[in-house]
Design a protein around this ligand. Structure first.
Ligand SMILES: *Cc1c(COP(=O)(O)O)cnc(C)c1O
Length: 478
């Protein structure tokens, strides 16, 4: 018998391995609801558990046991996980992940990955249709941060071309966003050589939406100083409170002053599938970032940039100059994603997304998103009805910011400390996971609903857990 080649895995071995992996995954899902929401083990304990030298010889099937530990030391995204903006992970799409890796298509261009390129274009088209932006094209990417970087790179190349000679007009270019904008925007502006100082943070109103009159005032002042308005960034769901900027007005201002209009919809834009009326004006964007791994519940990673101009995308991302050449070959088969995105080698991200949409249908997603919106309002109502809690921001989408105030006698600075202790205590209790936000310089608890598993009872449990954690802390003090 011929000796096995190194690393060889027969199809039979592959099947056995995948069945074992699938069994571990299924067991994780089966126990999700009862599992502690964050493992109890410390960083040191987990590091110690896995620590081992680079293995000279393989453990074979023995390595499988350690996969169980990986699951055990992971956070459980059950129906009571409300931290950050983190999608709950849709298992039907996730089931295709192994096929994605086995097919190992490199989604650079049609000739390298015929089915994958076709399905990515289709999935992108579906996302555009679902969010009211039919006709936009785009690409899948690692997430909202990558999409924002690419959208603003397109803005820069459209309004102040710099790829060839560098950013010659540094300090003479500005971008505009609300004070509530996500950190990925200043990060992108820094990386693009515009300079973070040239991001104008425009104040927000009582609903955390950009004040458009202030925006116009700042743009006019800049114009007097010879500063070019490159891009206006609207948030379709701010990360803290879920506020949606007045998108239609921002689009009008962008047009008037010749700026690019980018919408950061990484958190909220996909909610347009269920509540299009909240997002009027989004379809006027030049570019729009979305995160199917947030509010379409897809496994990480799956971000998306939509835009109106494949030509500007090629001007921004094609290095060969090919974008100006007329393609003589068949347009579908000569298509290259690498001319329209920052990446060359790319994972087949569309597989899970396409499959998940095929499998469940958009109606199921629309219903899940509508439930998230309803659950957020439900929590806000429960907070309002509980004298020991205070609602800290209006609930426009699905982020609910609130805090514990108890009998109301604690001084303001003690409240921050108490709420931060409550948050830590809740994680320890292991039932509900929240994150935090600072609003009007107060430390708040924040529950964000982008979770297809949440039930009405889970929403009630948020209140119960906050009160229980606060009770434990207060009892320990006495
Ligand atoms: C999450 C988020 C981002 C960043 O998206 P990633 O997928 O985490 O890179 C950008 N903007 C907003 C509003 C977000 O909520």
């Amino acid at each position: 018998m011929a000796a096995m080649k190194p690393l060889e895995t027969t199809p039979e071995q592959f099947l056995a391995l995948s069945e074992q992996v699938a069994a571990i995954a299924a067991e994780f899902l089966r126990r999700l609801d009862e599992t502690r929401i964050a493992p109890e083990a410390s960083g040191e304990e987990i590091a110690k558990f896995f620590d081992s030298p680079l293995p000279e010889a393989g453990a074979g099937a023995g390595a499988m046991e350690e996969l169980k530990a990986v699951a055990q030391f992971s956070r459980a995204q059950n129906g009571r996980f409300f931290g950050y903006v983190l999608g709950s992970g849709e298992p039907a799409g996730a089931a295709t992940d192994v096929l994605c890796s086995v097919l190992n298509q490199n989604v650079t261009a049609w000739r390298s990955a015929p089915a994958a390129v076709t399905l990515e274009k289709l999935a992108v088209r579906w996302l555009a249709e679902g969010t009211g932006c039919a006709g936009f094209s785009g690409v899948l990417c690692g997430g909202g941060s990558a999409a924002n970087l690419m959208g603003l790179a397109m803005a820069r190349e459209a309004k102040a071309p710099s790829n060839e000679r560098g950013v010659v007009a540094s300090g003479r270019l500005a971008m505009y966003a609300s004070a509530e904008v996500h950190m990925s925007i200043p990060k992108a502006i820094g990386l693009l050589g515009i300079g973070q100082r040239n991001l104008r943070l425009i104040p927000v109103d009582g609903n955390f939406r950009m004040i458009t009159g202030e925006l116009e005032r700042v743009i006019r002042k800049d114009a007097e100083d010879g500063v070019v308005p490159v891009a206006i960034v609207g948030s379709a769901g701010t990360v803290k409170t879920g506020a949606i900027d007045p998108l239609r007005e921002l689009a009008g201002i962008a047009r008037e002053y010749g700026a690019w209009f980018h919408v950061d919809g990484a958190y909220g834009a996909l909610a347009a599938i269920a509540a299009p009326e909240l997002f009027r004006g989004m379809e006027l964007a030049d570019s729009l970032s979305l995160d199917p791994h947030k509010w379409l519940y897809q496994a990480i990673d799956c971000g998306c940039l939509l835009h109106r101009s494949a030509e500007i995308a090629r001007k921004t991302f094609a290095n060969s100059g090919d974008y100006v050449k007329v393609m003589h070959t068949e347009p579908l088969e000569s298509f290259s994603f690498f001319d329209e995105t920052v990446e060359l080698s790319r994972r087949f991200r569309a597989l899970k997304l396409w499959f998940s949409l095929r499998y469940h249908g958009i109606a199921a997603f629309r219903e899940a998103i509508a439930r998230d919106l309803r659950h957020a309002r439900q929590l806000a109502d429960l907070v309002l009805a509980e004298a020991k809690l205070e609602l800290m921001a209006p609930v426009e989408l699905s982020a609910v910011c609130f805090r514990y105030v108890g009998d109301g006698t604690a001084p303001e600075n003690a409240r921050d400390e108490l709420n931060s202790q409550i948050l830590a205590r809740m994680v320890k209790r292991g039932r509900v996971y929240l994150s935090n936000a600072t609003i009007a310089s107060s430390f708040c608890l924040r529950a964000c609903f982008v979770n297809h598993r949440t039930t009405d009872a889970d929403v009630q449990e948020v209140i119960d857990e906050v009160l229980a954690a606060a009770g434990e802390i207060e009892a320990a003090r006495k």
